[in-house]
Ligand binder design. Structure first.
Ligand SMILES: Cc1cc2nc3c(=O)[nH]c(=O)nc-3n(C[C@H](O)[C@H](O)[C@H](O)COP(=O)(O)O)c2cc1C
Length: 208
């Protein structure tokens, strides 16, 4: 895949689990590998290494905590974002919610977004995925249709953190690839020019 001529394609993954051995982090790592396979630069944002504060709605949090500004800058510089979360009480994690609340349109608006989620139980993480999809839409992100819900996550990864099942690994890679593809389409100069021409094209009269 060609990257935009002006800059490399950047995809970041934000992990919504703080656990030292996190299946969410393993799933995100696989998804980021999919994006990398198409030539994107990738980075995993591990929130264990960010001293964030709670969002208080003041928009002053970045002044109080330098890591809030660091998170915002990394996401602002990305063309695509992969969000990973554990299913917590049939939703996504508070850690991820707070990180998203510390950001807004400036960081996430217009960005291409992909979702992966894990659950301890057998029901999977569809509730977390559906809730995150709504959050993405409200931030005016383009949430791609591919997504992965991983049930019984403790059985799905080996000691090295790799998916034990080739089919699961491929589904995670596919989310990463889809985010990279659409992030490229959405940011390349050729695509921008095509959209400009499209939007200024004369109306199509159809069969009249
Ligand atoms: C507060 C909390 C709530 C949870 N709620 C659910 C749940 O509703 N359904 C489920 O299947 N697992 C639930 N789990 C289990 C986690 O989804 C599971 O342990 C998962 O692997 C955690 O992700 P991680 O390995 O990335 O930390 C919950 C765990 C915690 C700590």
């Amino acid at each position: 895949m060609n990257t935009p001529p002006h800059e490399p394609l950047r995809i970041v993954g934000i992990c919504g689990s703080l656990r030292a051995v996190s299946y969410t982090r393993m799933a995100l790592t696989e998804a980021l590998a999919g994006a990398r396979a198409l030539g994107a630069e990738t980075e995993l944002i591990d929130l264990r290494h960010y001293a964030l504060v709670f969002c208080d709605g003041s928009k002053q949090e970045a002044q109080r905590a330098p890591d809030v500004a660091r998170l915002q800058a990394q996401v602002r510089a990305a063309h695509g974002i992969l969000l990973g979360t554990p299913e917590y009480h049939s939703g996504y994690s508070g850690v991820l919610k707070n990180a998203l609340d510390l950001m807004g349109f400036e960081e996430l608006g217009g960005k291409v977004m992909g979702l992966v989620a894990v659950s301890g139980g057998g029901m999977g993480a569809a509730n977390a995925l559906n809730a995150l999809r709504v959050v993405g839409r409200s931030l005016h992100a383009w949430v791609v249709p591919e997504q992965v819900s991983i049930a019984q996550a403790s059985k799905q990864f080996d000691a090295a953190g790799r998916a034990v099942d080739a089919d699961l690994a491929e589904r995670l890679h596919a989310v990463g690839r889809q985010v990279a593809r659409f992030a490229y389409l959405h940011s390349s100069q050729q695509a921008q020019e095509f959209l400009r021409l499209w939007e200024t094209a004369p109306a199509n009269p159809g069969g009249r």
